[in-house]
Design a protein around this ligand. Structure first.
Ligand code: IMP
Length: 188
């Protein structure tokens, strides 16, 4: 990658971009936004989805990344997982809580896969945070499923009740982006 360590993230989600940017900037990497429509495939594996999305993007002149995330609820056999975006758009947080009504096991994981590509080099990193689904919607910070996800080490609060810094200390996205940052820093 170039000496200035600049990466371009293909996303239209400003929240994701902001979280990723903060992590990488603390590691000396500048993240810029690439506003393109990405092609998303439906697959079970987030790494596959993120890597596939990079295929059609131009990476000869600059290093680019795509991130794909999902919420995997143990008591629903991993649902919504790769369908997280569709489920949020259709039944919403209330709908997910309704699905959980008679489910005893509320354990869940948030996963983030970050795929990187520059010329002929590509790689992908996964970040995971374990936690559980709350019984009600709590908090107004963050985005998406944040108000119903309680990370294991968050003192019982949902991501929606945490500041961006607190979420970034624990989140799936922060873990994946830190791995990417460390990998970049080990290269010339
Ligand atoms: P995407 O396909 O990676 O954009 O994300 C799948 C779904 O999960 C979308 O509905 C997002 O809003 C949601 N999502 C992704 N990351 C997070 C997060 O960090 N917190 C809460 N919801 C998220």
């Amino acid at each position: 990658m170039s000496k200035e360590r600049i990466l371009w993230m293909a996303t239209r989600n400003k929240n994701k971009y902001s979280e990723a940017k903060n992590i990488l900037s603390s590691m000396g990497v500048t993240l810029k936004i690439l506003e393109v429509n990405r092609v998303e495939v439906q697959a079970d594996d987030l790494k596959e989805i993120a890597s596939y999305s990079l295929r059609n993007l131009e990476s000869e002149s600059r290093p680019i990344i795509v991130e794909d995330a999902g919420l995997f609820i143990d008591g629903l056999n991993g649902f919504p997982g790769p369908y997280s975006s569709y489920v949020l758009r259709t039944i919403g947080l209330e709908g997910v809580l309704k699905l959980m009504k008679n489910v005893e096991n509320r354990e869940a994981k948030f996963k983030s896969a970050v795929a990187y590509k520059f010329r002929d080099q590509s790689t992908c990193f996964l970040g995971v945070v374990e936690g559980e689904i709350s019984t009600e919607i709590r908090g107004s910070q963050g985005f998406g499923y944040d108000p119903i996800f309680i990370p294991g080490e968050g003192g019982g609060r949902t991501f929606g009740e945490m500041s961006p810094e607190e979420k970034n200390a624990l989140s799936h996205r922060a873990r994946a982006f830190r791995k990417l940052g460390e990998w970049l820093l080990t290269r010339n």
